[in-house]
Design a protein around this ligand. Structure first.
Ligand SMILES: NC(=O)c1ccc[n+]([C@@H]2O[C@H](COP(=O)([O-])OP(=O)(O)OC[C@H]3O[C@@H](n4cnc5c(N)ncnc54)[C@H](O)[C@@H]3O)[C@@H](O)[C@H]2O)c1
Length: 257
């Protein structure tokens, strides 16, 4: 392969869920900067449109679309609209995820809340893989990137729903890599603590100090740190990489306890 083609995404179409903010927004901008058409699917319609407009003003191609990833009709609509507009799907960044913000002790969390975390983090990802796969097969190129977390391998109090759902993403990714290969590659990224609105809800100066004490690179992550890994998995440079979980964490562990 020509070295200049390794990161070239021209002519490829990507869907990024939760692309209006944080890691998803940085990933959308990164993919667009390397030539991809990007569909930003987010619960917040206006923020999705604004994100698409900022990509367009930087010379990229993007569309914003309202989509709640826990609603099956909206996932089907997302895939249909993407194909109608761009003719194909090559890249999926399954980025949406969340949990109980460190308040998942068994005394506090109900079965329904636990199930909802799996609905948001695992079932929606699996379903979107199922929906995009035929289009990637047709296009002859597919890269699916599932957003996991360091929580998938760390052991901490009051985070059992989020942590176990992220562990499920790791193993789902490894297994689906067999189901959808050889045309489609599946990989996961496990971010450490990354400065986004989601992290801001739980970060205190004391927690940050403890996190940095366990972080060789001596800073928390920025959304672009994760977007770089998204680019690697999305692009032809990683053509022989599938079923992997890459932890992007400053070389260490940043836990909330
Ligand atoms: N920030 C971190 O420190 C960190 C660490 C590890 C893993 N992660 C993972 O990274 C991913 C992104 O996190 P972030 O920190 O960028 O979050 P964020 O809160 O900054 O952004 C999340 C985006 O997802 C959208 N969203 C939320 N629920 C949605 C739904 N049901 N359907 C569609 N869109 C929805 C929001 O509107 C928002 O635009 C998540 O999967 C998270 O678990 C983040």
């Amino acid at each position: 392969m020509n070295p200049s083609d390794l990161f070239d995404l021209k002519g490829k179409t990507a869907i990024v869920t939760g692309g209006a903010n944080g890691i998803g927004l940085a990933s959308s901008k990164m993919l667009a900067a390397f030539g991809a058409n990007v569909v930003i699917a987010d619960l917040k319609a206006e923020a999705a449109q604004q994100a698409a407009a900022s990509i367009a003003s930087a010379g990229g191609t993007a569309r914003g679309l309202a989509c709640n990833v826990t609603n099956d009709d909206e996932l089907v609509n997302l895939v249909d609209k993407t194909v109608a507009e761009f003719g194909a799907i090559h890249i999926l960044v399954n980025n949406v995820g969340g949990g109980g913000a460190g308040k998942e002790s068994p005394e506090d969390i109900t079965v329904e809340q636990f199930a909802r975390v799996f609905q948001l983090n695992v079932f929606s990802m699996w379903r979107l893989c199922q929906l995009v796969a035929p289009h990637m097969e047709k296009a002859g190129y597919g890269s699916i990137i599932n957003m996991s977390s360091m929580a998938s391998i760390n052991h901490s109090p009051a985070i059992s729903a989020y942590a176990s759902s992220k562990a499920a993403i790791n193993h789902m990714t490894r297994n689906l890599a067999f189901d959808y290969g050889p045309t489609i590659r599946l990989n996961a990224i496990g971010p450490g603590a990354v400065r986004t609105d989601a992290l801001a809800t739980v970060l205190t100066p004391e927690i940050e100090k403890r996190m940095l004490a366990h972080t060789p690179l001596q800073r928390l992550g920025e959304p672009d740190d994760i977007a770089g890994a998204v680019l690697y998995f999305a692009a032809p440079v990683s053509a022989w990489v599938s079923g992997q979980v890459l932890f992007v964490n400053g070389g260490g562990e940043q836990t909330l306890d």
